[in-house]
Design a protein around this ligand. Structure first.
Ligand SMILES: C[S@@+](CC[C@H](N)C(=O)[O-])C[C@H]1O[C@@H](n2cnc3c(N)ncnc32)[C@H](O)[C@@H]1O
Length: 245
């Protein structure tokens, strides 16, 4: 938004130095919500966080048979866990878990992505349906989860479970990567950061009281050699490794 023009509802973000794409991004307040796209136009894709999207609905429809549910839901006789999603991104996994009945705290450290997520969450809270109800079980925190884990004693309650979904390494076959994944990378940076992922997993294992789940592409190596995961749940393109705490 141009602060000198009160009617302006958009702003542009120049590419950071590390960006290989060197593409400026445009943020625009549209009817559907806050949207990001390449400044050259949305023919190259656009992202608006929609916590009631078809992709969330599809995952929710899998119920206890979905990969996240298998990794993070307790048996039906037990209370639903408090889950920290420490890599919230566009909030799809966080919302799926909230829809399945978990209380969720979604951490996103990138400020602009955090803005998109907060906007999506705000719109979901206004809904009078299952999405709205789940949004009320969800909190969005725009901060680095490392910090929250390092200061866990300041939290009202420790998480029962933690979900980590690190950025995938840069794909060799870029054409096969979905447009929104490409845009997401333009925004938050390219590829995996193995040392950070390792530190995040170690902190999560030390701080969760029950379980940690790590989402990886199917063939990606484990983040840590030890401890080994307690179980791995495999889908067509991703797997979820579950660790006991
Ligand atoms: C692959 S995306 C996650 C996608 C997400 N699971 C979804 O359903 O949309 C990874 C995200 O985690 C964020 N992230 C990575 N490390 C983080 C940390 N320590 N604290 C908070 N967010 C982090 C990145 O900025 C990025 O947006």
């Amino acid at each position: 938004m141009n602060l000198s023009d009160p009617s302006s509802t958009s702003f542009e973000l120049s590419p950071p130095q590390w960006s290989r794409d060197a593409v400026s991004l445009r943020f625009e307040m549209r009817e559907a919500g806050l949207t990001v796209m390449p400044a050259a136009g949305d023919a190259f894709g656009a992202i608006t966080v929609d916590l009631g999207s078809a992709s969330v609905e599809r995952r929710v429809a899998q119920g206890r048979g979905g990969l996240l549910a298998k990794a993070l839901l307790p048996t039906p006789d037990k209370p639903m866990p408090l889950v920290w999603d420490v890599t919230a991104g566009l909030g799809r996994d966080a919302m799926t878990l909230a829809r399945l009945g978990c209380e969720v705290v979604a951490f996103e450290r990138h400020p602009f992505l955090g803005m998109l997520l907060l906007d999506g969450h705000r719109r979901a809270l206004q809904r009078d349906d299952a999405t709205g109800e789940a949004a009320r079980r969800m909190t969005v925190r725009v901060e680095d989860a490392h910090w929250a884990l390092a200061r866990i004693s300041e939290e009202e309650r420790r998480p029962d479970a933690i979900l980590i979904d690190p950025m995938f390494p840069e794909g060799k076959n870029k054409a096969a990567v979905k447009k929104d994944a490409v845009l997401l990378r333009m925004l938050v940076g390219e590829g995996a950061r193995p040392q950070e992922d390792e530190a995040l997993l170690r902190a999560a294992l030390a701080m969760a009281t029950w379980r940690v789940a790590v989402k990886r592409s199917l063939k990606a190596p484990k983040i840590l050699e030890t401890p080994p995961p307690q179980a791995s749940f495999k889908g067509k393109s991703v797997r979820v490794d579950r660790y006991a705490c």
